[in-house]
Design a protein around this ligand. Structure first.
Ligand code: F6R
Length: 364
């Protein structure tokens, strides 16, 4: 049942190239995105003056990537909130609001409550979910399925990459509806999405060095992830994955925030994973790396191949192939999933069933 792997999590990480293809197939043709069956159209979009994204945990991190994409490609401003916060704060929501919820299981209690609250106030609710016929799929007015296939391991992996893929498709779709997405961007994004599955494979092929790093460092008691923009979202997801399955404390920071406090925690030998895949902030990341190096940190940098020269500034480099900066979150997070996995295995943790966690959180 685990397809020959030791854990469902590994099986599901290995299924990511196929899951990505299944998420995209039929939705991207040439330069345009199409979601068959979606009611949301350009007429409805004219009345939408507020977009909110609500989700929990890993799905919330996919939503953060989504916010970045929606703002960049559809030029609409987006609010994002954890479902457990949204539902208890009398949110500003009305008939001109588009609420986008993201949920792998489609059963998360807080997310479901957020849908009910927003619908009562007249919002249009679009759900991005993996489970056909789930409560969230049934209660939302529009549904986009992520098509990742069943996810058994508690730690979400293939569901996340497909959620991110769907965020990019949806951002392009909204940009098409409101006329804000340029033709060049449309073609660029469709092409980018079409090659993500191969990009994930190149990361999956690098497991030896990830395992080696994990075996050498499994006694660490904390880990820092630093990134900017899209890389910051990837850092948050990597940090959650690590806490969840290896029980190692970790923090993810927007790298520019470092000097506002957390840098005090960086000491001799502290491991810092610096995710630097975004060209427009690459130099800024380099400065942050120098700051932590000056305090003795051991820096592992993740960069696109074109920036391999960063090796002279850091202790270890993991590369992804050169690609469009907007699609880097998809292959990059796979490195962080594998890092969490191999650290958990090296620490003898029950990878598929971490303590105190359930696959779907149907109670508050
Ligand atoms: C992390 C994880 C959780 C879920 C969260 C939301 O690996 O699995 O953080 O992402 O409980 O679950 P769904 O997406 O089913 O609403």
């Amino acid at each position: 049942e685990k397809g020959g792997y030791d854990h469902f999590m590994m099986k599901e990480m290995m299924e990511q190239p196929k899951a990505m293809n299944d998420a995209i197939t039929g939705r991207c043709s040439g330069n345009s995105v199409l979601f068959s069956g979606l009611h949301l159209d350009s007429e409805m979009m004219k009345h939408i003056n507020r977009i909110q994204i609500v989700a929990c945990g890993t799905a919330y991190h996919a939503g953060m990537v989504g916010k970045y994409y929606f703002e960049k490609f559809a030029r609409v401003s987006v609010e994002i909130e954890a479902a457990s916060e949204y539902r208890y704060k009398n949110p500003i929501v009305d008939k001109n609001t588009l609420l986008i919820v993201i949920s792998q299981s489609g059963e998360t209690a807080d997310t479901l409550a957020a849908i009910r609250l927003a619908k009562d106030k007249g919002a249009w609710v679009l759900a991005v979910t993996n489970v056909v016929g789930s409560s969230i799929a049934r209660e939302a007015q529009d549904v986009i399925y992520t098509n990742a296939g069943p996810e058994i391991a508690v730690a979400s992996t293939k569901a996340y990459v497909t959620q991110v893929g769907c965020m990019l498709l949806l951002a392009s779709y909204l940009g098409q509806l409101n006329g804000k997405l340029g033709e060049n961007d449309a073609a660029r994004l469709c092409h980018g999405l079409s090659i993500t599955s191969g990009l994930i494979e190149t990361v999956l092929d690098n497991q030896d060095k990830i395992k080696k790093f994990a075996d050498a460092n499994h006694e660490i008691y904390d880990l820092f992830y630093l990134g900017r923009g899209l890389d910051y979202c990837t850092c948050l997801e990597g940090s959650l994955k690590l806490k969840e399955i290896s029980y190692i404390h970790s923090e993810a920071y927007a790298a520019g925030e470092l000097k506002h406090g957390p840098i005090a925690l960086i000491d001799e030998g502290t491991i810092v994973v610096a995710v630097c895949t975004q060209e427009h902030v690459f130099e800024k990341m380099l400065s942050n790396i120098k700051e932590v190096k000056a305090r003795g940190a051991y820096v592992l940098a993740i960069v696109q191949q074109a920036h391999e020269e960063i090796a002279s500034e850091v202790d270890e480099v993991w590369t992804i192939p050169n690609m469009d900066d907007d699609i880097t979150p998809i292959p990059t997070v796979v490195y962080l999933q594998l890092l969490a996995y191999y650290l958990a295995v090296a620490r003898d943790c029950d990878v598929d069933k971490p303590k105190n966690l359930a696959k779907s959180v149907t109670v508050e």
